[in-house]
Design a protein around this ligand. Structure first.
Ligand code: COI
Length: 359
């Protein structure tokens, strides 16, 4: 795809940028540029450009504002030991974006153009890639339906956008086990629904339960399946793993209602290759409650692009709670996290070809 380059005239000055990079938080500040590509039924993808980061002009009758026809992705670029920058598995995000597009009746964005757009933005805004421990440049590609009109039908006009944001840890403060609230009222997804697609509607549907979690003093909500209400699905924004007392990793199988996380796949692949036993299967909420109480479940962790690998301590529900481990990050969680981030930050060999050097 040929991108027209329109450099930003009003770039953030170096001092303000350094201040942002020193304590980036998550998703609060954005880089100088963005990528935008248009699609129409007649012309396909066209008008690709790298342009100054700026608010959008959207007609209030745009389809996305009413019927939420949109999908997004999340991936990161990491500062490498030689000062260069590498993306992590962008092809995998390109593939998942295409899968999400098919589910939301959006046109698929070509995988090569996706990777090209990510490389272009990271290269242009490379000065925004932080180099602090645990920091990275978070890329947020999205596709939205901008046809004007209130008919409920697939949009004949669509935009691809790509923005970038320097990011630290998703959960504030030093790495610590987070607490989860088990919602017994709300579900995130059901088979045949959009649970396996990365669409904003899934996250919107999680918010009332997330508020419930916060009201109960928990960091995050965890959902069970929408049919039997007993199988662990995932958190609002990440997948989940259990570590058994013999070191086995267990994660819910991809049921069609769970997001196929890139970090989930990376953890599974690396663990298998290191000789660890892994199981993708149904895991019941009772197995969690009982296992954490008896010690059969030694550790629990969340994983995702934003969450990386984050230890989970306490699970609370209406009428009870149980804690896996001793309230500190467990040894297996720590080993899994370190192996992953060492690969992402270029401190370890990359036998998979997952790092893609950009500059
Ligand atoms: C990601 O991990 O990239 C996500 O999209 C999750 C979101 C809650 C930040």
């Amino acid at each position: 795809m040929q991108f027209e380059i329109q450099p930003s005239g009003g770039m953030v000055d170096a001092e303000a940028r350094s201040a942002s990079l020193a304590a980036p938080g998550f998703g609060r500040v954005f880089t100088d540029h963005m990528v935008s590509v248009r699609w129409t039924e007649g012309d396909g993808w066209h008008d690709a450009r790298l342009e100054p980061y700026a608010p959008l002009v959207l007609d209030p009758a745009s389809a996305v504002l009413h019927y939420s026809q949109s999908v997004f992705e999340g991936l990161k670029a990491y500062r490498q030991p030689d000062g260069g920058v590498a993306l992590f598995r962008p092809e995998r995000n390109a593939q998942r974006l295409a899968d999400s597009c098919r589910r939301l009746a959006l046109p698929e964005f070509p995988a090569e153009a996706f990777v090209e757009a990510c490389e272009l933005l990271v290269r242009t805004d490379a000065a925004w890639v932080p180099d602090g421990a645990g920091a990275s440049l978070y890329l947020r590609p999205l596709i939205l339906a901008d046809e004007i009109g209130l008919m409920v039908r697939p949009s004949a006009s669509v935009r691809f956008l790509l923005i970038a944001s320097p990011a630290g840890s998703y959960f504030s403060g030093p790495l610590r086990p987070i607490s989860l609230w088990l919602t017994d009222e709300f579900v995130r997804a059901v088979p045949g629904g959009t649970g396996a697609a990365k669409c904003g509607g899934n996250y919107a549907a999680s918010l009332v339960a997330q508020r419930e979690a916060m009201d109960h003093g928990c960091d995050q909500v965890v959902f069970v399946d929408g049919v039997e209400h007993r199988w662990v699905d995932e958190l609002a924004g990440s997948n989940i793993f259990f570590v058994l007392d013999d070191g086995t990793l267990v994660t819910p199988e991809l049921s069609g209602a769970i997001l196929p996380g890139v970090t989930r796949d990376s953890v599974l692949t690396m663990a298998r290759d290191s000789g660890r036993k892994v199981e993708e299967r149904l895991i019941g909420i009772d197995e969690w409650r009982d296992g954490a109480a008896t010690g059969r479940i030694a550790e629990v962790f969340a994983c995702g692009t934003a969450a990386v690998v984050t230890p989970i301590g306490t699970l609370k529900w209406r009428g009870g709670e149980v804690t896996a481990g001793d309230g500190t990050p467990g040894p297996v969680t720590t080993a899994v996290r370190n192996a992953l981030i060492d690969l992402q930050y270029g401190r370890a060999e990359d036998p998979y070809g997952w790092r893609r050097s950009v500059s």
